[in-house]
Ligand binder design. Sequence first.
Ligand SMILES: Cc1ncc(COP(=O)(O)O)c(C=O)c1O
Length: 357
Amino acid sequence: MEILSSYSKGEPSPASGRMFTHSYETGDLILRSLARNVFDLFMDKTMLDFTIYPSILLLEREVVGIVASLMGGDENTTGSFTYGGTESIILAVKAARDKFRSSNPGVIPEIIIPYTGHPAFIKASRYLGLKPVLAKVNFDTMKVDIDNVSELITKNTAIIVGSAPNYPYGSIDDIKGLSELALDYNIWLHVDACLGGFTLPFLRDLGEEIPEFTFKLEGVSSISVDLHKYGYAPKGSSIILYRDRSLRRYQIFTYAGWPGYPLVNTTILSTRSAGPLAASWAILKYLGYNGYMNMTRKILKAKRDIIRDLNNLGLKIIGKPEASIVAFAAEDTNISVVSLELKNGGGVYSSIQGLSI
Ligand SMILES: Cc1ncc(COP(=O)(O)O)c(C=O)c1O
């Protein structure tokens, strides 16, 4: 324990509530101890073998069902619990690629990604042999330029991506526009709601104007939603959803041609702890609709306060912050000085962005 504390000396506490990014802290002590206890109960059970632990299937089915209903799904919507947004995204890209390949053998499939899309899509392209094609964004709205996406579509386009919202600016791409293109050209559309899946539906119910981005739009084939972001679940919790089973089947790997056990993997990882799944289930049940509404109400208030104060300071808001992210720039001030002052004010420095609040 001494060695551990010496190794982590000086690190920020994820529970401090002062982190710019990486930590999605509710401040709810009951939630935190519930997550820890449930995680502990399931920590040693492996999701590899759901024939030994049928509880894993029950928990996964319930968690997927809850997230599917948040994402405008119906009785056909299906999906899997994964260990993070990146895994959900790689699986969706793999499913789309394999579906495309089934009718277009021998071509290198292309994936159209908004310039603001998460690098997990580039990573998926590199892992899976797709050609990434970056689409421009409109600099006023910071949303993907639909006309540019339309120009970039070729007969090799296997998948189009939209973010709801993207990480850098918090803008929600025009998913309705992308959905229409996807239907016109019969192309898979993936919506990355890793960040927005657990805020946008509640922001809408709080009266905010949130454009449609879910399966309610007919062209949407798959959606990724992270539980370990605004679902407030432990790290290692995400959901990948498909419009129906015919799309999901491309993500599944099975093999019985060796002398060991028949391998059935619905996701990329095989042996993994059921702790994150069980803790996610418990947190969903504990917070429920009203709990998430309360959390989102606080986010909305914080966002409005931050925007008001940034305006008062003469800083410029980039795009239109429709979700929980506020991006800003300085026109007359050095933004690095702003960052330093925020840090001096008690914010926790983030080594990646160099910014803090
Ligand atoms: C919009 C978006 N998509 C995907 C991801 C990737 O998620 P993860 O870090 O869980 O793999 C992130 C992470 O920040 C994100 O913000």
